[in-house]
Design a binder for this molecule. Structure first.
Ligand SMILES: Cc1cc2nc3c(=O)[nH]c(=O)nc-3n(C[C@H](O)[C@H](O)[C@H](O)COP(=O)(O)OP(=O)(O)OC[C@H]3O[C@@H](n4cnc5c(N)ncnc54)[C@H](O)[C@@H]3O)c2cc1C
Length: 387
């Protein structure tokens, strides 16, 4: 074996600060000890490992980039390495942290009143409460401007009617950040579990992200006080800003899934003997391994650079879109090819590539599909919106 690290070919790890490396190693150990041993069973049983929530909170992973309110106040590079390590375990665990951190706590932090922040952020950081982010509707997630969920003024209160689809942690959440149209445009409301008229239903038989709980939400004359409205969530742009942060986490997370797949295949092809020699000694396998490492290396460098741009406050939506699109596409292609290099052994849950491949089919769809991110980059290049 050569001295280079196939899972970090350009030594991106050497660019991390000591603190960021400590965070990476701590989260990595948690994944190896507490996620990897249970995750195949969770995937098979379509079970969200709720027992991990207190541990994720203890490690300070919920709302990690937020300052105050019991949050860790970390930089974006640290948040990136957290996402990468978690998704090396499974996309569902990273999804739980992304939703809770970027979408729910991020929305309350950026758009909430001081009272809403103080009430919800510490409890969400401690993992005592879970949240969900309800934007997508059944008639078209790529075009949220067509949202039909409506909130109407009723004296001092608001009355919500409508439905949301494909909502991560929707049936588990203590509080839902619900986006709805009002007479004054799109607004967001905090709707608590158990509010009269608010129903949830878990979506079963998913073939992807099976260790994550996904739900439909229905609102029939759900009444909430004006204090449940996020006062600064004015317009769809507020929702899209939260999505930008979550997409950043996905760009890093995808590298973790790809690393797990390549790691598995490197070991397997060294020990599997066919035609009188290890599989890893054949030209075709080496070419495919090299191609996977080429794709992973590009993704890691983009993720790292995007973190630096975000830390300087200059990252654009188009840069985030290109990173999400490139890195998830790379990870999905790597996972598929790694699955194939394992032969029949690759179709079971005993080895991780097919699980990662199936999960990445969701990751390439949610938080903006691949085509939507291509269109965002195209708009940036031409000045023309072609949606
Ligand atoms: C497991 C899972 C969890 C999710 N969690 C959440 C969540 O927590 N909160 C939330 O709000 N949403 C969530 N989503 C929803 C997700 O964001 C949407 O599925 C996604 O935005 C795509 O919307 P859609 O499924 O309605 O597909 P559609 O919008 O119907 O798209 C269908 C196809 O058309 C393509 N397309 C769309 N527009 C164009 C165009 N102009 N030109 C060319 N092609 C186009 C798309 O790329 C896609 O291939 C989740 C989804 C999944 C699968």
């Amino acid at each position: 074996m050569s001295a280079s690290n196939p899972l970090d070919f350009y030594s991106v790890g050497a660019l991390l600060s000591d603190d960021e490396r400590l965070i990476r190693d701590t989260v990595g150990r948690f994944v190896d000890r507490e996620v990897t041993p249970i995750i195949a069973e969770c995937f098979a049983a379509e079970r969200f490992p709720a027992e991990l929530v207190p541990r994720l909170a203890e490690l300070g992973l919920f709302g990690a980039t937020l300052d105050g309110y019991g949050c860790s106040g970390l930089g974006y590079t640290a948040y990136g390495v957290i996402c990468e390590e978690l998704e090396r375990g499974d996309s569902s665990v990273r999804s739980c942290v992304s939703v809770q951190s970027s979408l729910v706590m991020g929305a309350i932090f950026a758009c909430g009143s001081e009272e809403q922040r103080s009430r919800w952020l510490p409890a969400l950081a401690r993992g005592e409460k879970l949240g969900c982010f309800a934007l997508t509707e059944a008639h078209g997630g790529s075009d949220p401007g067509r949202m039909r969920t409506r909130a109407r003024r009723q004296g001092a209160d608001w009355r919500l009617n409508g439905a949301k689809h494909w909502i991560t942690n929707g049936a588990l959440a203590d509080v839902a950040v619900v986006w709805a149209t009002t007479e004054d445009g799109v607004n967001a409301f905090l709707v608590e579990k158990g509010t009269a008229g608010f129903e949830t239903r878990v979506i079963k038989n998913k073939l992807s992200l099976r260790a994550s709980s996904t739900a439909e939400l229905a609102f029939a004359d759900v009444t909430v006080p004006d204090s449940a409205r996020l006062p600064k969530a004015n317009g769809l742009k507020a929702a899209l800003r939260c999505l930008d942060d979550a997409r950043f986490g996905i760009a890093w997370g995808a590298c973790g899934a790809a690393r797990a797949c390549i790691d598995t295949v490197l070991r397997y092809t060294q020990s599997r003997e066919l035609f009188g020699r290890p599989l890893s000694h054949t030209q075709l396998i080496q070419s495919r391994l090299a191609d996977s490492v080429r794709k992973l290396s590009g993704a890691q460098l983009i993720a790292w650079r995007l973190a630096k741009l975000k830390e300087s406050g200059v990252a654009t939506t188009a840069q985030t879109s290109l990173a999400k699109w490139n890195n998830v596409r790379a990870a999905l292609d790597i996972a598929r090819d790694c699955r194939d290099m394992l032969g029949a052994a690759g179709i079971t849950l005993d080895l991780s590539p097919m699980r990662h491949m199936l999960n990445l089919e969701t990751v390439i769809t949610y938080e903006g599909t691949e085509s939507i991110h291509e269109l965002i980059v195209g708009r940036e290049l031409t000045g023309q919106s072609a949606f």
